[in-house]
Design a protein around this ligand. Structure first.
Ligand SMILES: Nc1ncnc2c1ncn2[C@@H]1O[C@H](COP(=O)(O)OP(=O)(O)OP(=O)(O)O)[C@@H](O)[C@H]1O
Ligand SMILES: [Mg+2]
Length: 264
């Protein structure tokens, strides 16, 4: 199963992607975590030690090749995913394989469309090469992942949303784009919830957009403390309300997948 995590800047995408990855890996899944943000910090949020995370390399363009299938062509790794992770990525706690996906075509080349198309191809390729894995793609804070179709090959998109107007409006623009791309499941995931009013405004938007609310994560000082200490939330506190809410949402994601059955 391949899942993308999108949402407004600072909404909590990386925290949620990383905590879901760790929790699902603990539950026994083989988990790949792809950082699609040009300013990558997923590895640290997953719990890769900071010094090791600093040494992670972005995958260079010569590891990719273009494959043509009929009228369409897409980018793929030339080598098995495990070899790519071994060389450029890291195997984090609970066996989560972490790879930094951006910068693929090198810096200074002007346009980043190539990067978007590479991420798109790699996500699709993982579905073929490792169909039983759970792959989580953390995205940058922009609608480009949707307008350029970077997340086209995920089977589910989790749109992280905070309970304030601009974040909710971002979700309102994101959901139709995701549906236009044909992503089979689009969920909202509320974050930094502090009150019943916060909950109500999120539920109201979800209802109007006809989007399923996957979970509700409270504002939690444990997230702030984990971030400050450059550690993962799940290692900082497995029992924190935020950790538990994210774990529960991750379980729901995978359970719904079982209910829906395999999708290509
Ligand atoms: N539930 C929460 N409670 C308190 N603080 C939170 C919560 N979730 C995230 N944060 C804080 O919000 C900030 C942004 O979180 P995070 O980096 O996960 O968001 P992001 O959407 O990935 O950001 P970016 O758009 O920059 O990639 C961090 O300082 C993080 O500690
Ligand atoms: Mg982020």
């Amino acid at each position: 199963m391949r899942i993308g995590v999108a949402g407004k800047g600072g909404s909590g995408k990386t925290t949620i992607a990383a905590t879901m990855a760790r929790h699902l890996a603990r539950s026994g899944l083989a988990v790949n975590a792809l950082d699609g943000d040009p300013n990558p910090n997923l590895a640290v949020a997953i719990g890769v030690p900071a010094e090791e995370a600093d040494r992670l390399q972005r995958v260079p363009s010569d590891e990719l090749e273009e494959r043509t299938d009929g009228d369409s062509s897409s980018m793929h790794f030339r080598r098995p995913f495990d070899e790519i992770v071994e060389e450029y990525g890291a195997v984090g706690p609970d066996g989560v394989r972490v790879l930094t996906m951006t910068g693929l075509l090198g810096a200074g080349k002007g346009c980043i469309c190539g990067q978007h198309s590479a991420v798109r191809g790699v996500v699709a390729g993982l579905g073929e090469e490792r169909p039983d894995d759970l792959t989580i793609l953390d995205t940058e804070a922009s609608l480009e992942h949707l307008s350029r179709g970077t997340v086209r090959h995920v089977e589910g998109l989790v749109v992280v949303v905070e309970p304030y107007f601009r974040a909710l409006e971002t979700m309102k623009r994101t959901v139709p784009l995701a549906r236009e791309l044909g992503i089979p499941s689009v969920w909202a995931m509320a974050n930094k919830i502090r009150s019943a009013d916060d909950e109500a405004v999120i539920r109201d938007y979800c209802e109007r957009l006809d989007v399923d609310l996957l979970g509700m994560v409270p504002f939690d000082d444990a997230v702030v403390a984990a971030d400050r200490n450059r550690t993962s939330l799940i290692d900082h506190s497995v029992d924190a309300p935020s950790t538990r809410a994210i774990a529960q949402a991750a379980d729901r994601l995978t359970a719904e997948r079982v209910a829906v059955g395999p999708q290509s």
